[in-house]
Write a protein that binds this ligand. Structure first.
Ligand code: 5AD
Ligand code: FES
Length: 386
């Protein structure tokens, strides 16, 4: 059976939480409305959120209630993080991937995609330009899981970037061994981004098929993320909103994972279905739910860094990032990949900034930050959360 057939067999191809919450429909009369509103107040006033409280918040759908949620998240952001928005330049240096994640446009089985690898010298040059000319203080090296860049090559790139530039180097290169990540840390990398994608183990394993080259398992992923923190990395992780078969309870579990994994940074974006993957016929995740997830993450995790992701921007290019920054987010991750490669790094279709160059994106993020009346953080933007 092909992976797409077995996927359909599970009968999990619709988002299960788009309808109005059942208890909301049951509410009748002013009394019930008052009870509902006081429950909202009560949840928002508590210092800790329970799973039930998170589910309640994620089910909010009336304009005035959503307004309260986003306002509260913005207040928590102001109190714990302040006005600075930190900016990380993302360099997508290779779209080769040994993995076959069912949702991802650069999965190994997508034979329609032209693959590219940027040479290490060019990577170092792009990073140098991003730091010295465009003013970025973090360079995030991102790629598919590509063994072409051996431990020594990655190590050497990190060292060369740090010799030339006053910046932090962050890695988003997928699963590597703990020993390799230790060597990258010794070479100077200080941040790492490995998403757990979903806290629902069954769903994770459905979405990440095992192969002779990849031993994908939820347990392995979670263990790696925890080990990265022990090595000393500031750890970023996250999940997708609106994966086929994901429930609201799963999303609540996802948010609670941030504390369980001692994450410093949260990256959450909507799932966007790619036509050349087994999930081609699914629905996209919702923009509004992604925004609610950001707000609830801020209220639950207080001082964690939260990014307004490219996927969120891709669903609402007009003001998606602005809305995210006003609902709890404090990080932006503009693209510093040369224009000629961008089209080929489409994890999902209609990805934002495919026709722009690094200079455009650097200017664009300044405008976004200005629009919401905040400031760009001038330092490295290291995690507050220890
Ligand atoms: N829609 C949204 N996000 C995606 N990612 C991969 N494919 C998609 C998609 N179709 C996200 C995953 C991955 C990150 C680099 O991009 O969460 O970890
Ligand atoms: Fe790329 Fe706006 S961030 S053009």
């Amino acid at each position: 059976m092909s992976s797409s057939e077995s996927w359909r067999g599970l009968g999990m191809v619709k988002e299960t939480y788009t309808s109005r919450p059942a208890h909301d429909l049951k509410l009748e009369g002013i009394r019930e409305k008052e009870t509902y509103t006081s429950r909202l107040d009560c949840i928002l006033d508590k210092n800790e959120l329970s799973k039930e409280g998170i589910v309640f918040l994620l089910k909010l759908d009336r304009r005035e209630h959503l307004g309260r949620l986003f306002k509260k998240a913005d207040e928590v952001r102001e109190e714990y993080i302040g006005e600075d928005v930190y900016v990380r330049g993302v360099l997508e240096f290779s779209n080769y991937c040994r993995n076959d994640c069912l949702y991802c446009g650069i999965r190994k089985s997508n034979l329609k995609l032209r693959r590219y690898r940027i040479k290490p010298e060019e990577i170092v040059g792009i990073a140098k330009n991003a730091v010295s000319s465009l003013g970025f203080r973090t360079v995030l090296l991102q790629s598919g899981e590509d063994g072409y860049y051996t431990t020594e090559v990655v190590e050497d790139m990190i060292k060369r970037i740090l010799e030339k530039c006053d910046c932090r180097v962050a890695l988003s290169i997928g699963e590597r061994t703990v020993e390799e990540y230790k060597r990258f840390y010794d070479a100077g990398a200080r941040r790492c981004l490995v998403r757990f994608e979903t806290s629902n183990k069954k769903l994770f394993e459905k979405l990440h098929p095992k192969s002779s080259q990849t031993k994908n398992s939820f347990g392995r992923r979670v263990k790696l993320i925890k080990r990265l923190g022990k090595i000393g990395y500031q750890v970023g992780t996250g999940f997708m909103v609106g994966l086929p078969g994901q429930s609201i309870e799963d999303l609540a579990g996802d948010i609670l994972m941030y504390d369980r994994l001692k994450a410093n940074m949260a990256g959450t974006g909507p799932f966007i279905c790619h036509p050349d993957t087994p999930l081609a016929c699914s629905n996209n995740g919702s923009f509004e739910m992604s925004l609610k997830v950001i707000a609830v993450t801020r209220i639950a995790c207080k001082d964690i860094f939260i990014s307004a992701t490219t996927a969120l921007q891709s669903l609402n290019n007009a003001n998606g990032r602005e809305l995210a920054l006003q609902a709890g987010a404090n990080l932006l991750m503009p693209n510093i990949t040369p224009k000629k490669y961008r089209m080929l790094y489409q994890l999902y279709p209609n990805k934002a900034c495919v026709y722009e160059n690094p200079f455009d994106c650097a200017n664009c993020v300044k405008k976004v930050v200005e629009t919401v009346g905040r400031t760009i953080g001038r330092g490295y933007g290291d995690a507050i959360r220890k």
